[in-house]
Every structure is written in C-alpha cells, then in structure tokens.
Write a protein that binds this ligand. Structure first.
Ligand SMILES: [Zn+2]
Length: 154
C-alpha cells in the first residue's frame, strides 16, 4: 500500500473522525476523476477529489491564475479592473469571489496554507470581496471569522 501519512489533504466528510484533520494517515490516492486526483478516506470510505470545498473546485482555472487574482484582490482593484488585468471575463472574477465567500472557511485554509498568504493579506482580500460583492451568504462573516487566526480579528 502507498504511504498515506504525507498527504496534505483532510477528509471533507463532516461525520468522519478525521474531518478537516491532515496527516492522519487516513487519506490515500485513488485514481483520477475528470483528470483530477481522486482520494479516498480509509476511515469513512468517502471518496473525493483534491480541490473539494476550495475555490478551485469545479474551476478550470489554474492555481497560479487564482493566486494572481488573489494578489490583485489585495491591491484593492475593482472586480472590473482585476478582470481587465488578467484577461478574464468580469463574470469569472465575480464567480470566483462568490465561490470564495461561499466556502470562506476552506478558502482561508487555502489562502494561508496553499498560497502562503499572511493573515493581514487574507484580511485584505476579505475586506475587498465584502466591499465589492452586493450579496454575501448569510453566514459569511461568521464563517470567515471562524477560519481566520484570532490575531487578525478586530
Ligand atoms: Zn473520512
């Protein structure tokens, strides 16, 4: 069997003993689905693909591109300006921001661990998204607060 302990992925199943806990040795690679790495949790037997619950899920956009857009978000450009600078449609940028807001907790995790942003930068992105989005999910503020290290909360 392949070594499982090193996989930097947590089980997305909320009922699982290892939900959101990485490096527990419960996740193994399990082939591919739609060209994305498929994983299986050997504890709860749930299968999932790598990017579930992050802004990357169901997105064709490359990680590098998302990083670039997030950097522009920290510069507080308008969505329109970000779209222009990255040659994406305005809707694409809006949808990405909406996805991020809808998965605020996982997005924080993604910002801090995958993109290696510091909490201040994360804070700036959320400030920007909040300002530019008319409608945010009801539990948005709470889910953001839950994911951000307390040092950044004011
Ligand atoms: Zn599990």
């Amino acid at each position: 069997m392949r070594k499982t302990a090193k996989i930097n992925i947590a089980c997305p199943n909320q009922k699982c003993r290892f939900h959101n806990k990485k490096f527990q040795g419960n996740i193994k690679r399990n082939g591919f689905r739609k060209k994305l790495q498929n994983y299986k949790c050997i504890t709860c037997e749930k299968q999932f693909i790598e990017t579930i619950g992050t802004p990357l899920y169901h997105k064709k956009m490359r990680k590098k591109e998302i990083i670039r857009i997030c950097e522009l978000f920290t510069e507080k450009l308008s969505f329109r300006a970000v779209a222009r600078a990255t040659h994406h449609k305005l809707d694409t940028i809006r949808n990405l921001a909406e996805d991020m807001a809808n998965h605020a907790r996982q997005t924080n995790e993604f910002f801090l661990h995958d993109l290696k942003l510091n909490p201040i930068e994360v804070d700036e992105i959320w400030t920007f998204v909040k300002k530019n989005k008319k409608e945010l999910p009801k539990n948005f503020a709470r889910s953001v607060a839950m994911g951000i290290p307390t040092a950044t909360l004011r």
